[in-house]
Write a protein that binds this ligand. Structure first.
Ligand code: PMV
Length: 318
C-alpha cells in the first residue's frame, strides 16, 4: 500500500453568521492560503490494528488506542474505518499537520477531520464521495462543538463557495470575476459557543426584535449571493457594511472589531464586517484589486495580529 496524501483548505464566512443558526442562509468560501494535510504510511511488520497518530503542531505522538475516545483525530480515524468496514486494519501511521489558525473561525477542526477521513479511506482503496466525507466530518464536529450549523464541513469538503441553510441541501452558485478578500485577526478571542449562547439568551428575551434582525441578515445574504453571481463588488461591499450593522445590533461586535473595520474602510475597502462568532476573532474586508497592499498595511498598522489575503475566482463558486 503506497503512502497517501490529502489536503484541505480553511474557510471564512462572508455573510450570515449567527442568523444561520435561526434558519437563515449564510455564505462561506474556502481559503486556500491556509490548509490542513494528512499522510498515511504503512507500518511494515506492524500488527493488524496498530495505528500511530502524529500531529507535531500539537505535540501529539500516540497510539490510537491510547487517545481519549472523544479525541477529534481519533474519532475521525474510527469513523473512517467503520465506514469502510475495517475492524482490524493493517498497521499504519497517520501524520496530520495544519497551517489553519486554531479557534479562529477558519475551519481548522473541520479541515483536519476531512483530510484524516480522506487519507485513511483512500489508503485502503475506498475513495469516499464528497458528501460522505462532509457528513462524517459533521459527526466529528458535533462531538467537539455541540450542534454546529454544518457550514464548515460543507464548504471545506467541497472546496467551493457555498450558500448554506440549515436542514436544506447546500447551494453552490456561479460567481462572476474575481473578488479579493482580506482577513484580519483582532487578536481577541471569544469562543463561538459563548457568543452563540448570548445571542440565544437575548433572542429568548426579545424574540420579535431578534427574529427581525435575523430576517434582515438573511435578506442581505440573499442579495449578496446575487452580488457574487453578478460580480457586483460595490453592492457586495455595501451589503457587508449593512450586515455588520445588524451584527453589532445583536451584540456580537466589539471595539477591536470596529477599529479594524474602520481602518479597512478608510484605506479603501469596499466594505468590511466581522466574520464568525464575533467579539474578537476575524474581520473580513472586500478590497478593490488595486488596494490590497494598502488595506493590508492599514490593518497591520491598526493592530491586526495576522492578515490573510484570499481571492475568490470564477469557477470556484460552482
Ligand atoms: O466562528 P465560526 O467561523 O465557526 O462561525 C460561527 C458561525 C455561527 O453562525 C456564529 C455559529 C454557527 O454554528 O453557524
Amino acid at each position: 500500500m503506497p503512502a497517501i496524501y490529502s489536503k484541505a483548505p480553511g474557510k471564512i464566512i462572508l455573510f450570515g453568521e449567527h442568523a444561520v443558526v435561526y434558519g437563515q442562509p449564510a455564505i462561506a468560501i474556502p481559503v486556500t492560503q491556509v490548509h490542513a494535510t494528512a499522510r498515511v504510511f504503512p507500518i511494515l511488520n506492524g500488527r493488524p490494528g496498530d495505528i500511530r497518530i502524529q500531529a507535531p503542531d500539537i505535540h501529539l505522538d500516540s497510539a490510537l488506542s491510547d487517545l481519549p475516545k472523544d479525541d477529534p483525530i481519533a474519532t475521525a480515524v474510527q469513523l473512517s474505518l467503520e465506514t469502510i468496514g475495517l475492524n482490524s486494519p493493517p498497521a499504519f501511521k497517520l501524520q496530520v499537520s495544519s497551517t489553519i489558525p486554531i479557534a479562529a473561525g477558519m475551519g481548522s477542526s473541520a479541515a483536519i477531520s476531512i483530510v484524516v477521513i480522506r487519507a485513511v479511506s483512500d489508503f485502503f482503496g475506498r475513495h469516499l464521495q464528497t458528501d460522505d466525507v462532509s457528513q462524517l466530518t459533521y459527526q466529528v464536529e458535533k462531538i467537539q462543538h455541540g450542534v454546529p450549523s454544518g457550514i464548515d464541513n460543507s464548504v471545506i469538503a467541497y472546496q467551493k463557495a457555498v450558500c448554506f441553510t440549515r436542514d436544506k441541501p447546500i447551494e453552490f452558485f456561479d460567481i462572476t470575476g474575481s473578488t479579493h478578500w482580506i482577513i484580519a485577526d483582532t487578536g481577541e478571542k471569544t469562543p463561538t459557543r459563548v457568543t452563540v449562547g448570548d445571542v440565544r439568551n437575548r433572542y429568548e428575551e426579545e424574540r420579535e426584535t431578534y427574529q427581525d434582525y435575523f430576517n434582515r441578515i438573511g435578506a442581505i445574504t440573499q442579495k449578496a449571493k446575487q452580488g457574487l453571481i453578478k460580480g457586483d463588488k460595490e453592492r457586495l461591499g455595501n451589503l457587508m457594511d449593512e450586515n455588520q450593522h445588524w451584527l453589532a445590533q445583536i451584540g456580537v461586535s466589539s471595539q477591536s472589531i470596529e477599529h479594524l473595520i474602520e481602518a479597512a474602510r478608510e484605506a479603501g475597502a469596499l466594505g468590511a464586517k466581522l466574520s464568525g462568532g464575533g467579539r474578537g476573532g476575524n474581520i473580513i474586508a472586500l478590497s478593490p484589486s488595486g488596494e490590497i497592499e494598502t488595506i493590508t498595511a492599514a490593518l497591520l498598522e491598526a493592530g491586526a495580529k495576522r492578515v490573510i489575503k484570499t481571492i475568490l475566482t470564477q469557477g470556484e463558486g460552482s
